[in-house]
Design a protein around this ligand. Sequence first.
Ligand code: A3P
Length: 290
Amino acid sequence: MDNKDTYLLNFKDYNFESSLVDADFIENLDDFEIRDDDVFIITYPKSGTIWTQQILSLIYFEGHRNRTEDLATLDRVPFLEYNIRKMDFLNRPSPRLFCSHLPYYLVPKGLKNKKAKIIYVYRNPKDVMTSYFHFSNLVVTLEAGNDMEHFMKRFLDGNETVWPDHRRTAMVYPFKVDVVLNNFSYPQFFQDLRSSVLKISRFLEKELSEEDVEAIVKQATFQNMKSDPKANYDEILKHEIGKRTDEGHFLRKGTVGDWKHHFTVEQNERFDKIFEKNMKNLPLKFIWDL
Ligand code: A3P
């Protein structure tokens, strides 16, 4: 069985996934037509997807920037594989904005052939895992993370989870492929949101006025997104996905280096060994703490 089969089987077997994901759609994604002016955010989960969705929404939609249109970010930049709102992607006007967590072998051929504009956002895997750990304990649709030790084993061996193969390969996603045209990192956003917005808009060839940039930066901050129901998934988690507890939010902490508050020394060493083995030679600069 190849990677693709394992992945699909996992989707089909797992109730949660089958409720949010149309496995047949994914199975046939190869031929999903990609347009030259499509824009894709590609991320491993918990790497800053929602942040980039918000930035793209603000860049592309004046009504989002000046708050005259009441549309959630997720409706402006939907997930390709989690089509929760059952959108008609084929008839969506251009430029279509999408995001996806799909592993490389499942993305449409057109993406592999470098159609579309692709923004890959990455984050250091220790913060990714910490964020994912909390998220797994928050939503009913993921297997509970339980304690960090339990979750770390699952995360690092990649065998027990909803996205088993993806989890194992995702950290190296961009490097196995030449599809990624542009890399952005969570700490870059964190350290200098304004430059990141400008970098993204230049890449997308979108002209923005000074006021536009100001408005985007202001509305893409953690605090602003956390208090903006259109930007933070609070409603979606509550009503469409389901939370285990009222405590906890999708926008949780929003920092670089939070893993230090959750890893023991031994866990950190174990993680480093796996990282060394799998990711040492990657041409990306991971920022572990600021
Ligand atoms: P934490 O759980 O560490 O807080 P994704 O959208 O890929 O699932 O990523 C979610 C992570 O990005 C969460 O990390 C969330 O808080 C963080 N995030 C989202 N918007 C952010 C923002 N404007 N500033 C800082 N972090 C943000």
